[in-house]
Design a binder for this molecule. Structure first.
Ligand code: ADP
Length: 564
């Protein structure tokens, strides 16, 4: 351990050393009192520190890093407001089952706890607890090693999630003997141990699948996270069962795979009689497993690491408790007993062909001004040639439409609004994907969604990351033609109609493009990707194109008032 003198060290050094010992290579954060020296020491010790402009963005980056690397992503925040900004991302990580640790400095305990009014006073530990898997405060410098190890273990094992570590300023600045500090550190062994399913549970599931007439596999982002790609592919291909990827599981098997039921989604859900859920929850994104989205007598088999998930919605006929790698390896051994009837596959293929033809027609329409589908056709054509590109996607219409049009062929290359359907993850996720992989990233953003994290363009340029931001700009939240019958102010859904987002990035030395046609967009994207530098393409989209809340219009209560 390095230190300012031969025999002494301090909380900053101990914290960095503890992270390093547990395989952490990058810290995402925003510095300030009292954590700045953690970032300085981290850099001196060979870790990467990526400094952001807002803590939520740093936190979202850490969460995405956790999903992409299967190691907890680390977010560093300052006390009180900085901590709260980061907490949004920590809560989002927990909701999405991404491993993440937020380390925050905090103010003087003896002043905060008596509420005497300190600089950035807040009971951060209490605030973090409801939104995390675990929250701890470190009260002595010699406990930092234990706390980091516990945080890494809890964030990674079982259902992954967010852990909060509160380190008061006084503890960070505390000095201790370097040898004793070294002895206090721990390395977590096998942070997420395999959890093998019981043979009886495997038999029960196989029996159900073997008797199914219309079986379906649903792959969720838990399956992508588990990195059980080979076992999943072997099971799907050797049984012939059609599969449906949830959005962040796209690419686990290529979207163009003949067994993909993605383009016959509603038919597959409504008619499946036995469904194998692999790392996908029966939450709102899957209609809670209920009719009318699903058949009333569908039987669910659920592979999950968290027993509390089972039976949380529809009844689970065959629970498969365990880690996806172990469960799918067992199921892949039993594929000779299971064959999906060809009539079911033919039925889905016929619907897929019909839906694909309808989509091709929509994508092929030449409209002026450009509509979402025209822009997405251009993006699809470029991305089809570049499977290594990571795709980040958020917005309402920009999310719903891009998810269906942009095919993925490589696992864990799509990051989006996720379980909450949240806006604001865009630049944080894009930065993490670029930093962790070194590969190019295209962030497909609605103009409203982009605004939540837009200032991180400066971060993208400062680190000169290969990120291309594509803003699908229809001039509003949902759409840009909202007349306001109630006031002379712009309507609640209106944004600046002629905004030129491309000019924002030029302020920081990146390259801006302005595209009004699919041809211009395609050329700009090819050029931007070839440059391997930061770019932003502002795409002029017809302001009348777009639906309120995208595919979620039905979630708006109607009420008796007027809706613009
Ligand atoms: P999606 O939104 O793509 O449907 P969800 O986030 O709803 O996916 O579901 C992910 C599920 O995967 C969670 O219930 C989580 O407990 C589970 N999970 C995550 N990692 C593993 C793993 N290694 N093994 C088993 N289950 C996992």
């Amino acid at each position: 351990m390095t230190s300012s003198t031969a025999t002494a060290t301090d909380g900053y050094h101990v914290a960095v050393e503890a992270l390093k010992l547990n395989g952490i290579e990058t810290i995402y954060g925003v510095v300030g009192i009292p954590v700045t020296d953690i970032a300085r020491v981290a850099q001196a010790e060979g870790l990467r520190y990526i400094g952001f402009r807002h803590e939520s963005d740093a936190g979202h980056a850490a969460a995405a890093a956790g999903f992409l690397t299967k190691k907890p992503g680390i977010c560093l925040t300052v006390s009180a407001p900085g901590f709260l900004n980061g907490l949004v991302a920590l809560a989002n990580a927990t909701t999405n089952c991404f491993p993440m640790v937020q380390i925050s400095g905090s103010s003087e305990r003896h002043i905060v706890d008596l509420q005497r009014g300190d600089y950035e006073e807040l009971d951060q530990l209490a605030a973090a607890r409801p939104y995390t898997k675990a929250a701890f405060r470190v009260n002595r410098v010699q406990d930092i090693g234990l706390a980091v190890a516990r945080a890494v273990r809890i964030a990674s094992s079982g259902r992954p999630g967010g852990v909060y570590l509160d380190i008061p300023a006084a503890v960070l600045g505390d000095v201790m003997d370097a040898d004793q500090a070294r002895a206090s550190l721990r390395t977590v062994v096998d942070a997420a141990p395999d959890q093998v399913p019981s043979p009886a549970a495997i038999d029960r599931a196989v029996e159900l699948l073997a008797g199914a007439e219309r079986p379906l596999v649903v792959l969720g982002k838990g399956a992508a996270y588990a990195r059980a790609d080979d076992a999943i592919r072997a099971f799907v291909e050797n049984t012939g069962i059609p599969f449906l990827p949830m959005s962040m599981a796209k690419g686990l098997l290529p979207d163009g795979h003949p067994q993909s039921a993605a383009t016959a989604r509603s038919l597959a859900l409504r008619n499946a009689d036995v469904v194998l859920l692999v790392g996908a929850r029966l939450n709102w994104l899957l209609g809670h497993g209920e009719s009318p989205q699903w058949s009333a007598d569908v039987k669910f088999i659920q592979v999950d690491i968290d027993p509390n998930e089972l039976d949380s919605n529809a009844p689970i006929a065959a629970p498969l408790l365990g880690d996806i790698g172990s469960v799918m390896a067992e199921l892949a051994q039993r594929t000779r007993e299971i064959t999906a009837p060809s009539s079911w596959r033919d039925q889905l293929a016929a619907r897929s062909a019909r839906n694909t033809a309808a989509m091709a027609k929509r994508l092929g329409e030449q409209t002026h001004p450009m509509r979402f589908h025209g822009a997405l056709r251009a993006l699809r054509d470029v991305l089809r040639d570049r499977p290594e590109v990571y795709v980040v996607n958020e917005g309402a219409n920009a999310l719903d439409l891009a998810r269906n049009v942009i095919d993925m062929t490589v696992p864990r290359h799509r990051l989006d609004s996720g379980t909450w359907g949240v806006m604001g993850i865009g630049m944080g996720y894009a930065i993490a994907a670029a930093v962790e992989s070194g590969d190019p990233v295209v962030a497909i953003e609605g103009d409203s969604a982009f605004g939540f994290s837009g200032m991180e363009l400066e971060t993208i340029c400062r680190y000169w990351l290969p990120v291309v931001v594509v803003v699908l700009n229809n001039g509003g939240v949902y759409r840009g033609d909202g007349a306001n019958p109630a006031s002379t102010d712009p309507s609640p859904t209106t944004l600046m109609p002629t905004a030129r987002h491309d000019r924002l990035i030029t302020a920081f030395g990146g390259v801006g493009y302005h595209a009004s046609t699919p041809e211009q967009l395609e050329a700009a994207l090819r050029k931007a990707l070839a440059s391997r530098g930061p770019s932003l393409i502002d795409c002029v989209i017809d302001p009348t194109d777009g639906t309120e809340s995208g595919h979620l219009t039905h979630l708006n209560p109607v009420g008796i008032g007027h809706r613009a």
